[in-house]
Design a protein around this ligand. Structure first.
Ligand SMILES: [Zn+2]
Ligand SMILES: [Zn+2]
Length: 128
């Protein structure tokens, strides 16, 4: 599976018994399904193991929203987390896959005071 944001390829990564997702071997972007995301939020340390990509690169890639789903090849929808609006990610209407840039999952898992500030500074993603 090819990474939608860089020339890297998405490799299968697992954590525990319930978590399997794809991570780009170059930029560290993560592609997963909603049920896996729920498990990742529950599993202790999952973000350390799975979201190991370069956060600086992830931040750069955050602006790239015009991508195709690595699984179905159709254009992904640009959205953001309702609780932490500065976390922008892409979803696929067909397979429900979600693409997170490196560092975004760790950010999503824990809401800190810094995150509240980021919500104010960066804010919600402009809707097309
Ligand atoms: Zn990549
Ligand atoms: Zn898809």
């Amino acid at each position: 599976m090819k990474c939608p944001k860089c020339p890297g390829s998405m490799q299968t990564e697992t954590y525990g018994r319930k978590i399997a997702l794809h991570r780009c071997d170059q930029c560290g972007g993560l592609f997963c399904k909603p049920d896996v995301l729920l498990e990742m939020k529950r599993e202790w340390m999952s973000e350390i193991v799975l979201d190991s990509g370069n956060k600086k690169l992830g931040q750069k890639h955050d602006a790239l929203g015009d991508i195709n789903c690595p699984e179905c090849g159709i254009r992904m929808d640009q959205t953001f987390d309702q609780a932490q609006k500065h976390i922008w990610f892409e979803t696929c209407a067909q397979c429900e896959g979600m693409y997170f840039d490196a560092g975004e999952f760790s950010d999503l898992k824990y809401e800190t005071l810094m995150d509240r500030l980021r919500d104010i500074v960066k804010g919600a993603r402009p809707q097309l």
